[in-house]
Design a protein around this ligand. Structure first.
Ligand SMILES: Cc1cc2nc3c(=O)[nH]c(=O)nc-3n(C[C@H](O)[C@H](O)[C@H](O)COP(=O)(O)OP(=O)(O)OC[C@H]3O[C@@H](n4cnc5c(N)ncnc54)[C@H](O)[C@@H]3O)c2cc1C
Length: 478
């Protein structure tokens, strides 16, 4: 079987990318500057439905251990975000992170922390300051603490706009998206790599494995020693319906531990996230499982950690869980397959993978070139090419009334937003909620999901019984 069309039977892509998460999309974006035939393969119906669907949305600065691959790539990636978000029209705001001393022990520790951070991050161009109690109250009136250490250069990003705007732009640049396609085995042949998938064979000269939680298993299809290198580590986050802080705020974390312990994170749309924590995987969470693992314990850990630090909180509206694809040594592994330099594996891309993703993309392109991929620059994409380009996405007419026709009152989502979402490639209810944040307000969708289902089916021109929540047979209406 080959469902990629009979003319494509002999087609060989220059590069196949397994995984349409943030990392895979940014690699495709970087490669799309060159004259290459590129395919992005993902088992989900829309991009970003793996690890990339549930995270904190923070563009980090501090990442332990200092000097690790993930720490260095976070610094490079961080610096690329202003330009990237401008290019793609994605919401992004620079903020600082304040590590707050709530206890005397933490206050004693803050000058040491300040010196350490100043030495490492100050030297790399990030502002690091000691703040006293008065300055803290002025900067963050809603926060309780004696003072702390402030690090500039953090960011908060609208990561779903980033995903869908990349998806839209890549399709415009003729990148092939082979969705709902699961890679089941890989053969390295003399002239190309053959990927056996749930929809037939795909051939490519070069392969990038950015399959998130499954990347070590995918790497293991060629090099068995890579199998089971990834350990799933869930992290829970609570969302509140109001802004609590201007900056990212976290209590000073003394002692080791695998994460920085999460923080109080403002979002671009007036809500606040507490978290993420780090809990032990209760089962072997895989690509299908990103939201089913929260327990009351997750909730209590977050409340215990953050409730003493914030004066006014608002109402908690959601608890969600993401699953980190941690590697056994706790660092990113970015390397060639042992069998072939035509395959690049990305394993253990946990936090700060969102931050590091643009830098990872640059490195992967360089590795492909070192592995033998010829890179010839494309002419700049100019506007007249845009209009001539075959637009594979839906062109939906909006009228002035759409802006005022509100579908989700809590989050202010209008018909115009729904139409925009479908035009960007949304085809499921989850995709609509991620793109527009519909249903993520105080009423949790009670007032809007019914209408959203009807309107989305109408815009997609399908029967509501054919509308899916997300993956597989997740029919919304039975
Ligand atoms: C709780 C939590 C909080 C986080 N917070 C932050 C943060 O604040 N800042 C930050 O920088 N980072 C953060 N991260 C990390 C960041 O979210 C991830 O590093 C990043 O999203 C990983 O993206 P990815 O593209 O590598 O993986 P994914 O998004 O998982 O993409 C991989 C894709 O591969 C597909 N796939 C898998 N197997 C197959 C197969 N066999 N065939 C076809 N397709 C397949 C999947 O469907 C998936 O879509 C957080 C992570 C978690 C879990």
């Amino acid at each position: 079987m080959n469902s990629y069309g009979s003319e494509d039977n002999d087609a060989v892509f220059d590069v196949a990318i397994i995984g349409a998460g943030l990392v895979g999309l940014l690699i495709a974006y970087e490669l799309s500057r060159y004259r290459l035939e590129i395919a992005v393969i993902d088992l989900h119906p829309e991009p970003g439905f793996g690890v990339s669907r549930a995270h904190g949305g923070v563009i980090h600065v501090i990442q332990l251990p200092l000097g690790s691959v993930k720490s260095r790539l976070a610094i490079y990636g961080n610096r690329m975000y202003d330009r990237l978000c401008r290019e793609l029209g994605v919401g992004f705001r620079r903020v600082s992170a304040i590590l707050v001393a709530q206890k005397v022990r933490q206050l004693i520790y803050s000058p040491i922390l300040y010196l350490l951070l100043k030495l490492y991050y100050g030297a790399r161009g990030f502002g690091v300051r000691l703040v006293g109690g008065k300055t803290l109250r002025r900067l963050e009136p809603n926060i309780v603490g004696f003072g702390g250490v402030m690090v500039d250069g953090y960011g908060i990003v609208d990561s779903f706009r980033l995903i869908y705007n990349l998806y839209h732009e890549l399709r415009r640049r003729k990148i092939r998206f082979l969705l709902e396609t699961r890679v089941t085995s890989i053969r390295v042949l003399e002239n190309y790599i053959a990927l056996e998938t749930s929809r037939g064979t795909i051939r490519a000269r070069f392969l990038v494995n950015s399959a998130g939680l499954s990347s070590s298993d995918i790497a293991g299809m060629v090099d068995p020693e890579y199998r089971s290198l990834t350990v799933p580590k869930p992290g829970a986050m609570i969302v509140f319906d109001r802004t609590q802080t201007r900056n990212i705020v976290a209590p000073i974390h003394i002692g080791g531990g695998e994460t920085k312990g999460g923080g109080i994170i403002p979002t671009l749309w007036g809500t606040t996230i507490w978290g993420p924590n780090l809990s032990v995987a209760r089962d072997r969470c895989r690509d299908r499982c990103t939201s089913t693992c929260s327990t009351p314990r997750d909730l209590f850990t977050l409340i215990e950690r953050f409730s003493g630090i914030v004066r006014v909180r608002g109402t908690p509206v959601k608890l969600y869980v993401g699953v980190r694809p941690s590697s056994r040594n706790g660092d990113f592994h970015i390397g060639y397959s042992k069998r072939s330099r035509r395959i690049v594996n990305l394993i253990g891309i946990e936090s700060p993978g969102l931050t590091a993703a643009p830098a990872i993309a640059k490195i992967v392109v360089w590795m492909l070139w070192r592995g033998g991929l010829e890179l010839r620059r494309r002419r700049r994409v100019v506007d007249h090419e845009r209009s001539e380009a075959e637009e594979p996405y839906r062109d939906i007419e909006t009228d002035p009334g759409d802006e005022r026709d509100i579908v989700c009152p809590c989050m202010g989502v209008s018909m115009a937003h729904l139409k925009e979402a479908v035009a960007k490639g949304v085809s499921t209810l989850d995709g609509l909620c991620f793109y527009t944040r519909l249903g993520m307000g105080a009423c949790q969708g009670q007032n809007c999901l019914g209408r959203a289902i009807v309107e989305l089916s109408r815009l997609l021109n399908i029967d509501p019984r054919k509308l899916r929540k997300g993956y597989g047979d997740s029919w919304v209406v039975k």
